[in-house]
Ligand binder design. Structure first.
Ligand code: PEP
Ligand code: MN
Length: 337
């Protein structure tokens, strides 16, 4: 449920309500907006039904949240959440571009790609050090060595980094190097991983599972939020349908739907959504036009030699042109890149 406070509610009154709620074994989240402060309450709410919360000083009204996801819902917070990653703001006016290879392969290659994407205007370097491959015989990633290369690339270029975490046992290792944790499509419902990441305060990019509904995506985000981390960025990366021409079906309407249901930012991964480099550019343009807060694009200087996802990786020259074209579309919808 949410407790809406009166405009003039004092800090003392807020503390008193929070204390009461927590004494009952429930968790509370205070969200201070410009016009009103609300307290979100999660847990077994039945104990609160017999408590006349409306009688507390400072309380205007108490409302149930009808959605199964609560902390991440629009009902809980009607203003957009902006996730601040060391000064790069995701969910604000700027559309943040994250780009780089599918996997971290060699140090020099990563540095070369990092310099190119930085030059074209990307803010965040992507690259997997732990790769969730369909086949156990495919390249599985460089592990910690790859994380070190990412850190070095970040230091040399000034880019921030984003890399996938697949295992609860690696949270502190990956957390030591990365600026944003990526939870991949295959782990969207790895609830233990979601809980562990929730206990860190580090920003997390949560990708939609390939067979997951939007509601399930938001329920997974709720796991992270309920464990204490609201620095969540959602990602639409395509879902599996009967269509086989593209790797996945880019569910573009998920962007405004998520914005209607949740206050969290949502970005688009056109590379995995389409699976073909030639389709990445139009998918990016559509994503920007429909309101995505960012893009996650696979870029490789030698896609034909890439150890994973070369067919959907674009070369820096095309990335550069794309970035320029996206600026015009962003401007038309009141955003910037
Ligand atoms: C990735 O971004 O490297 C990746 C594996 O994507 P997904 O989890 O969306 O398949
Ligand atoms: Mn990939």
């Amino acid at each position: 449920m949410i407790i809406i406070l009166k405009p003039g509610a004092t800090q003392e009154q807020i503390n008193h309500i929070v204390e009461k709620v927590e004494k009952l074994g429930l968790k509370s989240w205070v969200s201070k907006g410009v016009e009103k402060t609300i307290i979100g309450v999660i847990g077994e709410e039945d104990v609160l039904r017999v408590q006349p919360l409306e009688a507390f000083a400072g309380v205007e009204k108490v409302l149930p949240i009808l959605k199964p996801f609560k902390l991440v819902s629009r009902e809980f917070k009607d203003t957009d959440t902006v996730v601040d990653v060391k000064g790069v703001k995701i969910g604000g006016k700027e559309i943040v571009v994250m780009a780089g290879p599918c996997a971290v392969e060699k140090k020099d290659l990563l540095l070369e790609i990092a310099r190119e994407v930085k030059k074209a205007g990307a803010k965040i370097l992507r690259g997997g050090a732990f790769k969730p491959r369909t086949s156990p015989y495919s390249f599985q990633g460089l592990g910690e060595e790859g994380l070190k290369y990412l850190r070095e690339a970040a230091e040399q270029t000034g880019l921030l980094i984003l890399t996938e975490i697949m295992d609860t046992r690696d949270v502190s290792l990956v957390g030591k190097y990365t600026d944003i944790f990526q939870i991949g499509a295959r782990n969207m419902q790895n609830f233990n991983l979601l809980k562990e990441i929730g206990q860190t305060k580090k920003p997390v990019l949560l990708k939609r599972g390939m067979s997951s509904t939007i509601k399930e995506l938001l329920m997974s985000a709720e796991y992270i939020a309920a464990n204490g981390n609201l620095n969540i960025i959602l990602c639409e990366r395509g879902i599996r349908t009967f269509t086989e021409y593209t790797r996945n079906t880019f569910d573009i309407i998920a962007i405004p739907v998520v914005k209607e249901l949740s206050h969290l930012p949502i970005i688009v991964d056109p590379s995995h959504a389409t699976g073909k480099w030639g389709l990445v550019e139009p998918a990016c343009k559509a994503a920007v036009a429909i309101g995505a807060d960012g893009l996650l694009i696979e870029v490789h200087t030698r896609p034909e030699e890439a150890l994973s996802d070369g067919v959907q990786s674009i070369v820096p020259e095309r990335f550069n042109v794309l970035m320029r074209e996206l600026k015009t579309i962003a401007k038309a919808v009141g955003r910037e890149i």
